[in-house]
Ligand binder design. Structure first.
Ligand SMILES: O=C(O)CCC(=O)C(=O)O
Length: 216
């Protein structure tokens, strides 16, 4: 197992527990993390914003170590992870590992919620001086396992605020390229009507299913 497993109850810790990420409590310190007007306008028009570098190479490495611990079959805090299929596993033919709650068990996944590189842009994009975290989710899709998350409109699944006042921060811990199967987005689809949900994973037709609920 890579690195030591901490048994700290991170949900009880408000603010960063460690020193992996910088703090920026003062408004003047937050300026360095702000998006430009152009980036904000792009997001409003297109519904996404990329690329946006959040982590240094060393920080990525530490998060990858945390990820490696969590996906070990004997990870001591496995029972705290939400939605993990403990009976499956990549070695048993599962296509990907999915769970929520990494922030509860791994310091870096907890502390990133307070990283000004995340909180400052999110509060700009949501036009809100304060932002609240709803949940995390982790998709682990190693090469040659064929794990697919089908086309979907995120808001159809997370209708937590109406009108929409929340967003998803997608953080890649691997390089993501067209070749290795990066995230794809449809610019402007956040302005479409709410789509009925179609099954997200599994099945040969996964990537085609969305067509059953789209207009021409
Ligand atoms: O990484 C994926 O395959 C899916 C991610 C996703 O659906 C999301 O971030 O909303």
């Amino acid at each position: 197992m890579s690195g030591a497993v901490s048994m700290v109850d991170y949900k009880k810790i408000e603010g960063m527990a460690g020193r992996l990420f910088p703090k920026a409590p003062k408004e003047s310190e937050q300026k360095a993390y702000e998006l430009s007007r152009r980036q904000i306008d792009f997001f409003k028009q297109n519904g996404y914003l990329t690329p946006h570098k959040i982590l240094s190479a060393a920080q990525v490495e530490l998060m990858r170590e945390g990820l490696s611990r969590m996906i070990e079959e004997d990870y001591p805090r496995q029972r705290e992870l939400i939605g993990l299929d403990t009976k499956a596993g990549l070695s048993k033919g599962q296509h990907m590992i999915y769970f929520q709650g990494a922030w509860l068990v791994e310091e870096a996944f907890h502390d990133i919620l307070y990283h000004p590189s995340v909180t400052v842009p999110v509060s700009q994009l949501l036009d809100s001086p304060r932002v609240r975290f709803l949940h995390d989710q982790l998709f682990f899709k190693p090469a040659r396992h064929g794990g697919v998350v089908a086309w979907h409109q995120d808001y159809s699944y997370w209708t937590r605020t109406v009108p929409c006042g929340h967003l998803t921060c997608f953080l890649a811990l691997d390089d993501t390229t067209l070749e290795n199967g990066c995230m794809h987005v449809i610019p402007g689809s956040h302005l479409w009507d709410l789509l009925p949900t179609t099954q997200l994973v599994g099945g040969e037709d996964a990537m085609e299913r969305i067509k059953s609920v789209l207009t021409p």
